[in-house]
Design a protein around this ligand. Structure first.
Ligand code: DON
Length: 358
């Protein structure tokens, strides 16, 4: 606390002047002692105490389970319409593997678009920056399944998280492989990240989306007409529908996201998944594009990189602190979990974890 306070003084006075004050500010120093005795807090809101995560999670889960405003479950994938909107789960995993979890944190749910974070990671691993020939990096400001921008932008989707962009990313992973092999690779990647072989694909959800995925078929065919999709459209869509249908619990999902919170390394297994630079960039895309046309609101209210799915899940990354997964199936107008966002806003408020400051 005192060294941070000191850096503010460096800014204000110039380091030549503040250097002379160093001894006074160290924790044994005279002024340091005076401030502690008088209980003064710095205006930056910094506190010496770590947040009590167990209590915070318990209170948020109790509050969210009791709320009546739960949003509306997605119905355009018929299988998702059967999910009970009363569910609420939350899990936080920190650098030491401590898990703070509440509500239905162990119940598997359909991760849907959250899978796009992991396919993006795989595609970047496969082709590196050549990926950006197939997909852009800008927020779309449109719904997740919108087709309007594609014509203006010659079939290259705005970002890897809108449906068109994620289909293009899936196509990149598929190139040179069979659909079954590609899907196996995506599933095994998630099992590896979460260190949990029980993660599975919900075949009913995949079949339900395949039967009704006319918009995605339109997006994929449209991109194919511009040469952005390389493989047979049916193959690419088949892999896409199935990776969206991966089912995971909040605990499993939070574990799988850990590498993004800790510079590309899973601190629990010690595996280096990607470089720190790539983790930083994926987090930047999650912040700017992870909630579609609700991304600005999510950054404003929560202030963490996050990725939502129409199953009602959100993966949020608190860099250097923890990986967080929340699930509440009811969605807001933008297609993002209504209570999931509110729960994360509460969490960010109580922990001070927003990347923009406490
Ligand atoms: O392609 C779809 O429409 C779904 N499989 C995924 C969409 C989604 O999760 C959007 N997220 N909020």
């Amino acid at each position: 606390m005192y060294s941070s306070a000191l850096s503010l003084i460096y800014d204000a006075l110039g380091s030549w002047c503040a250097k002379a004050l160093d001894p006074l500010f160290d924790s044994a120093g005279i002024l340091g002692g005076w401030w502690r005795q008088h209980g003064l807090q710095w205006e930056t809101g910094m506190s010496e105490t770590e947040p009590d995560l167990a209590a915070i999670v318990r209170d948020i889960a109790a509050d969210m389970l009791a709320r009546k405003d739960r949003g509306t479950v997605a119905t355009y994938i018929p299988e998702l319409a059967n999910v009970d909107p009363q569910h609420f789960g939350l899990a936080i995993v920190d650098v030491e593997g401590n898990v703070h979890a509440g509500g239905d944190c162990a119940v598997p749910f359909s991760i849907q678009s959250i899978s796009k974070v992991f396919t993006l990671t795989l595609a970047l691993g496969r082709v590196g920056d050549r990926l950006w020939r197939h997909v852009g990096r800008e927020p779309s400001g449109n719904r997740f399944n919108s087709i309007v921008q594609l014509e203006h932008e010659l079939g290259v989707p705005r970002n890897p998280f809108i449906n068109a962009g994620a289909i293009a990313v899936t196509d990149v992973i598929l190139s040179g492989r069979q659909p079954r092999e590609t899907l196996g690779e995506i599933l095994r990647f998630l099992q590896f990240l979460a260190d949990d072989p029980t993660i599975f694909i919900d075949q009913d959800v995949a079949a339900s989306e395949k039967r009704t995925g006319f918009r995605n078929a339109a997006l994929a065919n449209y991109m194919k007409s511009f040469g952005v999709i390389e493989n047979p459209v049916d193959y690419t869509l088949g892999v896409y529908f199935h990776h969206c249908a991966i089912a995971m619990s909040c605990e499993q999902l939070a574990r799988a996201g850990l590498f993004l919170s800790f510079n590309g390394v899973n601190p629990l297994t010690g595996f280096s998944v990607i470089s720190a630079e790539r983790a930083r960039r994926i987090n930047a895309l999650m912040l700017t594009c992870g909630h579609y046309d609700g991304s600005g609101e999510f950054a404003y209210r929560v202030g963490l990189p996050g990725k939502s799915g129409v199953g009602g899940g959100i993966l949020a990354i608190a860099p250097g602190k923890a990986s967080i997964a929340v699930w509440s199936p009811g969605l807001d107008e933008a297609g993002n979990s209504h209570l999931g966002r509110i729960a994360l806003e509460e969490l960010a408020r109580h922990t001070g974890w927003s990347i923009f400051g406490p």
